[in-house]
Ligand binder design. Structure first.
Ligand SMILES: Cc1cc2nc3c(=O)[nH]c(=O)nc-3n(C[C@H](O)[C@H](O)[C@H](O)COP(=O)(O)OP(=O)(O)OC[C@H]3O[C@@H](n4cnc5c(N)ncnc54)[C@H](O)[C@@H]3O)c2cc1C
Length: 218
């Protein structure tokens, strides 16, 4: 894929344009840094924003749901807008008006394809699984035929996407408000994995595998 995200009327940044990025690498980094997206979809005339897990192989974003899921898989799914958001901090300005958030976010538009070919579906599920828990696909039991039938997998091309990123201090450092005796700056925020907690019903002697241990504290 191109190193620059193509722009159209839908993805062209208008407000807060300085925060917009057309770097393909920024999109890839935002998608790689998360595994939960929000799928905006209109179901029977009602807009719904559905949080769900995703995986990504650089060209396609995969997300899945139960075949019984009304929002994600019932009927032909029309156009969707998928967002992925990471919050990096609170931006605390002198004025409440200038308060904000440091963030990285992506929006992807398109009509997802429902994967029906079993091999393609299995590969998409592998991408999805490996994206969130690398190493787990080869470790845990793979989906059975019955489980595959009960799962709908959707594939959305990354061709139409936009990125916005805000970094840095508040914007009122060189405004008249800078004279106010009000503390201003950033309260950074980060998300970390904790320590592994064994299932109370885990059979004795089963230790966590290395690929899970590696995630602890990261
Ligand atoms: C955690 C978080 C908190 C935010 N809080 C606020 C807030 O309180 N008030 C506020 O005004 N804005 C906030 N934003 C920014 C907000 O997401 C929009 O970018 C902004 O409101 C401009 O919206 P718009 O529709 O006018 O943008 P436009 O510039 O008109 O949008 C044009 C196109 O740019 C792209 N685009 C717009 N926003 C984003 C985005 N965030 N990520 C990726 N692509 C995007 C889309 O493709 C869109 O169609 C926040 C963003 C994040 C991630």
């Amino acid at each position: 894929m191109d190193s620059v995200l193509p722009e159209n009327e839908r993805t062209r940044h208008r407000r807060l344009r300085a925060q917009g990025s057309r770097e393909r690498a920024e999109l890839d980094a935002i998608l790689a840094a998360g595994f939960v997206c929000h799928v905006g979809v209109v179901v029977d005339g009602t807009p719904m924003v559905v949080p769900t897990v995703y995986g990504c192989d650089g060209e396609t974003l995969y997300f899945h749901g139960s075949v019984a899921s009304r929002s994600l898989v019932a009927g032909p799914l029309g156009e969707v807008c998928v967002t992925v958001t990471h919050v990096d901090g609170l931006v605390l300005a002198r004025s409440l008006f200038e308060h904000g958030v440091n963030y990285r976010s992506a929006m992807i538009y398109g009509t997802p394809r429902v994967l029906t070919d079993p091999d393609e579906k299995l590969e998409g599920l592998r991408v999805l699984s490996e994206h969130s828990v690398p190493g787990q696909w080869d470790y845990a039991r793979r989906p059975s035929k019955k489980e595959l039938v009960a799962t709908s997998l959707l594939a959305l091309s990354l061709e139409e996407a936009s990125v916005k990123i805000r970094v840095g201090p508040p914007d009122d450092g060189d405004s008249p408000d800078a004279e106010l005796p009000v503390w201003a700056g950033v309260l950074p925020m980060s998300v970390r994995w904790g320590r592994l907690e064994a299932d109370p019903s885990l059979k004795e002697g089963i230790e966590p595998p290395e690929h899970l241990r590696r995630l602890e504290g990261r």
